[in-house]
Design a protein around this ligand. Structure first.
Ligand SMILES: Cc1ncc(C[n+]2csc(CCOP(=O)(O)OP(=O)(O)O)c2C)c(N)n1
Ligand code: SF4
Length: 473
């Protein structure tokens, strides 16, 4: 006997957080198209067997709520920026299935630039573009796709060409570019159109899996709330009005000729990088990893103080030295327009694990060289972390009782070593003296290359030693 079982797609959460206890309804308005589309996408992901490799990029708009329903990797991004984030994710993880899920306000207004360039680059991502001709989430303002004559709260007399210009046909616009592989417009107003939408969703996802490049499906989707219509009236309005402005069908399809087009798999072999980046003249000598006590391993470090105190230099030195010890490293600076005198910090990760983000928002180590930095970053330090602060300049001790603290008279010790400006080297000595994170001889070799004169190097050494002696157990 043939038995057909209908069940929820595995790529959906069993419990919807916004509606606890209710497995059947979402929080979308009755008649909204998002629910249909979520379903088609979730089923396609199931069938592709890629739930554990799917990353859904949710920007701003009603689309953002997809993360309450899709049981896949979710990342929320600022308004309009999903194609940029999706690009980065796909390039970093070519084996993942990356979905950019965007409304028309998001994609065609604030994010118009992003989508244009992602499409033009032919990124191997899938974009679902939910065109409901209005800003739904914020109460029904005019979108670039709003129809002529359509009343919204920001076009109360109806959209008029002389005031608001023409509705933007994004899919046709993108199809003029060489980059995109597949662009189709579908609708969600009757069973036939929904089945076509379902098919297009699958094709766009499959294209990505097969490395065929950029696919975008524009989905004309009802927004009864924004339109002030019932769900049934909305479907009629779509058929009568919307489809005339946005004709359905395949707008561009080069899927067949773009087999194996996924150029991001053509990764440059690691051994070729030094040559390509012209690093062959640099020493690539590797240093022997040290024996680091467990609590000091894989640090996320924030080094903060005034511009001119050598914070960025210190961070770069740590990152370079970490790299030569075969760790994964990252370094990013953060400073105001005033490079000298203003507050600045840099963030460094040194890890045996791959580094997901260079941002250090919960440092395990804070090196604070002025009072504003200690005030600002002390609360961020992870419990069990380490704070080293310049007690010659900072007139208060950290208040945290759950972190290790070194009150280091860095500027005073640097002054005694020959220059107050070498306080950063005192801090480095103290940090490495306490943690044994890196091989000191190796660090000095790099420092020599980065230091302009022998006199300066002599001061650096003395300052480093003073810091190390001070902090060593
Ligand atoms: C930078 C920024 N600007 C404006 C907003 C306000 N805002 C939130 S949602 C939205 C419009 C979303 O419309 P659309 O992308 O069409 O999605 P829908 O809600 O219709 O699904 C706007 C302008 C915001 N959150 N962030
Ligand atoms: S406002 Fe419109 S797009 Fe948003 S949930 Fe309601 S019907 Fe859907």
């Amino acid at each position: 006997m043939y038995v057909k079982t209908y069940q929820r797609a595995k790529s959906f959460f069993g419990e919807f957080e916004r509606k606890p206890g209710d497995h059947l309804t979402t929080h979308y308005c009755p008649g909204c198209g998002h629910g249909n589309l979520h379903k088609y996408i979730a089923e396609a992901i199931d069938d592709l067997g890629l739930q554990d490799r799917t990353i859904f990029v949710n920007p701003v708009g009603c689309s953002v709520f997809a993360y309450y329903y899709m049981d896949v990797g979710n990342i929320q991004v600022p308004h309009g920026r999903a194609p940029a984030a999706a690009t980065a994710i796909k390039r970093a993880h070519p084996d993942s299935l990356v979905i950019s899920y965007q409304g028309d306000g998001d994609l065609a207004a604030i994010g118009g630039n992003e989508i244009l360039h992602a499409a033009n680059r032919g990124e191997n991502i899938t974009v679902f573009f939910i065109n409901n001709a209005i800003y739904g989430m914020t109460g029904g303002q005019m979108a670039p796709t709003t129809l002529l004559g359509q009343k919204t709260i920001t076009s109360p007399f109806g959209r008029a060409t002389e005031r608001e210009g023409f509705p933007l046909r994004v899919s046709e616009l993108l199809a003029t570019l060489e980059g995109p592989t597949y662009i189709e417009r579908v609708g969600l107003f009757d069973n036939k159109s929904r089945m076509k939408a379902r098919k297009a969703v699958r094709k766009a996802l499959r294209n990505q899996v097969e490395g065929r490049g950029f696919s975008l499906v524009e989905i004309l989707s009802p927004c009864p709330t924004g339109w002030g219509l019932t769900p049934t009236e909305s479907c009629e309005w779509m058929q009568e009005k919307m489809v005339k402005q946005f004709p359905l069908g395949v707008i561009k399809d080069e899927s067949a000729s773009r087999e194996g087009w996924n150029r991001y798999r053509q990764v440059v072999p690691a051994e070729k990088l030094p040559e390509i980046l012209d690093l062959t003249k640099e020493s690539t000598e590797q240093f022997t990893p040290t024996d680091v006590p467990g609590c000091y391993r894989n640090p996320s470090i924030k080094i903060a103080g005034f511009g001119g105190q050598g914070l960025l230099f210190l961070g770069k030195l740590l990152a370079e030295a970490g790299m030569r010890h075969a760790y994964n490293v990252s370094w990013i600076p953060s400073y105001g327009p005033e490079m000298r005198g203003g507050t600045a910090n840099c963030q460094v990760n040194i890890s045996t694990e791959p580094i997901g983000s260079p941002l250090v928002s919960r440092p395990s180590v804070l090196i604070a060289l002025n009072r504003p930095s200690l005030d600002k970053f002390e609360p961020e330090v992870a419990s069990g972390g380490l704070i080293i602060y310049d007690s010659s300049l900072i007139d208060r001790a950290p208040e945290r009782g759950d972190v290790e603290v070194i009150a280091l008279p860095a500027t005073k010790l640097a002054d005694e070593a020959g220059s107050a400006r070498a306080a950063n080297m005192v801090a480095l000595g103290a940090y490495l003296g306490r943690t044994n994170l890196l091989d000191q001889t190796g660090v000095f070799k790099i420092l020599e290359k980065m230091t302009k004169s022998e006199d300066q190097m002599a001061i650096n050494r003395r300052a480093f030693d003073a810091g190390a002696r001070f902090a060593m157990f």
